[in-house]
Design a protein around this ligand. Structure first.
Ligand SMILES: *[C@@H]1O[C@H](CO)[C@@H](O)[C@H](O)[C@H]1NC(C)=O
Ligand SMILES: *[C@@H]1O[C@H](CO)[C@@H](O)[C@H](O)[C@H]1NC(C)=O
Ligand SMILES: *[C@@H]1O[C@H](CO)[C@@H](O)[C@H](O)[C@H]1NC(C)=O
Ligand SMILES: *[C@@H]1O[C@H](CO)[C@@H](O)[C@H](O)[C@H]1NC(C)=O
Length: 185
């Protein structure tokens, strides 16, 4: 409860501003946006980035919160992984991948991914894309549905293609390359 009280206090301090990064996210503004939807044109946006899933060493951003079973079945990681324009961790940060991945394959290594890509740069600052996907990590390419978004990505739908860029079998740290293509307004 103390945690919740602290959260509410924080919330009361930041709530004054409904405008998030130039986009009005109040219910009135969202309703107006829907009314004008017929006049808006669909557009296609492509985004390319690298996701750094660091599970050991310094600056861990992905935490294994369960015991492992065969094929990682039942294992859950909670992650807040940086997204960068290049494969190096010190390249430009585009945002974070916040969410969970869990072992959902009883007979093979197969993850369920539930991530929000939270963008923090330029015109995407504060906007999000939500991914809910199967990730059979031993396949070269994994196609992941983008099921929605917020901010500039309202009503987004699309596809992310993920592939392993580097995977260290000792530290289990991974860099994943993502190509994202979305339709939005
Ligand atoms: C870890 O984070 C600290 C503080 O943000 C930073 O100074 C340091 O360079 C980081 N270390 C690595 C290995 O990225
Ligand atoms: C996850 O944590 C469990 C229990 O601590 C451990 O046995 C397992 O090796 C860890 N898995 C990974 C992939 O780090
Ligand atoms: C980024 O890290 C690489 C090593 O991973 C290093 O060679 C390079 O100099 C670094 N660049 C900057 C701008 O710090
Ligand atoms: C993104 O938005 C936050 C909150 O409004 C702001 O503090 C930050 O400077 C912005 N970043 C960029 C790169 O525009």
């Amino acid at each position: 409860m103390a945690g919740l009280a602290a959260l509410l206090l924080l919330w009361s301090m930041v709530i004054a501003m409904p405008m998030v990064h130039g986009i009005d996210e109040s219910p009135q503004a969202v309703e107006k946006w829907f009314k004008e939807l017929g006049r808006r044109k669909e557009k296609v946006t492509k985004i390319h980035f690298y996701l750094h899933d660091t599970v050991s060493g310094k600056n861990i951003t992905s935490f294994n919160v369960t015991a492992i079973k065969p094929n990682q079945f039942g294992q859950i990681n909670v992650a807040d992984d940086p997204l960068t324009t290049g494969p190096e961790l010190n390249s430009t940060i585009l945002g974070r991948a916040q969410g969970i991945y869990l072992g959902a394959g009883l007979h093979e290594i197969d993850l369920l991914i539930a991530f929000n890509f939270v963008f923090t740069t330029r015109k995407y600052n504060g906007s999000t894309l939500s991914v809910l996907a199967r990730d059979p990590i031993l396949q070269k390419y994994r196609e992941m549905p983008i099921v929605g978004g917020s901010g500039v990505f309202r009503l987004a739908r699309g596809i992310a293609t993920s592939q392993i860029y580097t995977f260290d079998t000792t530290s289990l740290n991974a860099v994943l390359e993502y190509h994202v293509i979305v339709i939005h307004y």
